[in-house]
Design a protein around this ligand. Structure first.
Ligand code: ZN
Length: 262
């Protein structure tokens, strides 16, 4: 716990200071520009309280943001403005991390009420998705795999619901503009995709089939698609009679889920 007496400056921003901060953040032309706007406006204001300016820093003297504190409601409003502006550049995730090192500390001040106007939607008007033709085949194959699981195990089965749910969540994420407004999707395996975003962020939507384990008690064998049973370690126990009971039949579509990998 940081005691407030240790802060160099601890006060609410005035309405004018807060408005200037959000206006400058809104006008920033890059992710770095957003952080710069926070420094200039928020710390410019707080440093003025102790007769300093940003010019007092640099050349071996570093500004430690946590030595300054503003009310939590104002902190939240500035953070929201930054995240909203970062959506223009597809860098919401990046700026959220950067802000941890740049924003001042907070304290509770019930008298300070957060501004009620929601931040502007800075996202570009359209999300341009470029999908390679091989990736379109993968997308079709993933949808087909989900239907096959539904047909084989039933549409209320855990196998179907988990697979279809994870596919739908990842597909929705791919369409979202969280990582920018220009995205390229390529094939990364029979049922997996590689997604490269304009912000420079790249992630995979990877299908992880469930290993086809033997369900007999005390057996650690995994049965391959060709019916061959193996244990990860040679010394692991396996059915002595070799009569394994696979968790799902060899001719069944493989249950599994898609997951997001950055
Ligand atoms: Zn077995």
């Amino acid at each position: 716990m940081t005691d407030h007496t240790t802060f160099r400056v601890r006060r609410p921003l005035t309405d004018t200071e807060l408005t200037l901060a959000t206006t400058e953040i809104d006008a920033a032309q890059s992710t770095a520009g957003i952080l710069d706007a926070v420094l200039r406006t928020v710390f410019g204001a707080l440093l003025a309280t102790v007769g300093e300016s940003l010019n007092s820093y640099g050349h071996g003297r570093t500004l430690d943001p946590v030595q300054f504190a503003i009310p939590a409601a104002q902190h939240a409003a500035i953070t929201e403005a930054c995240l909203s502006r970062a959506a223009a550049f597809g860098t919401r995730l990046t700026i959220a991390m950067d802000l941890l090192n740049v924003m001042p500390s907070t304290y509770d001040d019930p008298a300070v009420i957060a501004p009620t106007t929601p931040p502007r939607d800075h996202r570009p008007n359209a999300h341009v998705l470029t999908v390679s033709r091989e990736a379109t085949d993968v997308i079709a194959a993933c949808a087909r795999h989900c239907s096959e699981l539904g047909q084989y195990f039933g549409e209320h089965s855990r196998q179907y619901l988990e697979a279809a749910g994870s596919w739908q969540r990842n597909l929705t994420l791919m369409f979202s503009m969280d990582f920018g407004a220009a995205t390229r999707v390529t094939r990364d395996g029979e049922l997996s995709l590689l997604v490269s975003c304009a912000s420079g962020f790249t992630y995979g939507i990877i299908f992880h089939p469930q290993p086809r384990r033997c369900t007999r008690q005390g057996c650690a064998a995994v049965i391959g698609n060709d019916g061959t049973a193996r244990t990860i370690n040679r010394e692991s126990p396996a059915c002595p009679d070799g009569d394994h009971v696979p968790a799902y039949p060899l001719d069944a579509p493989a249950p599994g889920t898609w997951s997001f990998h950055s």
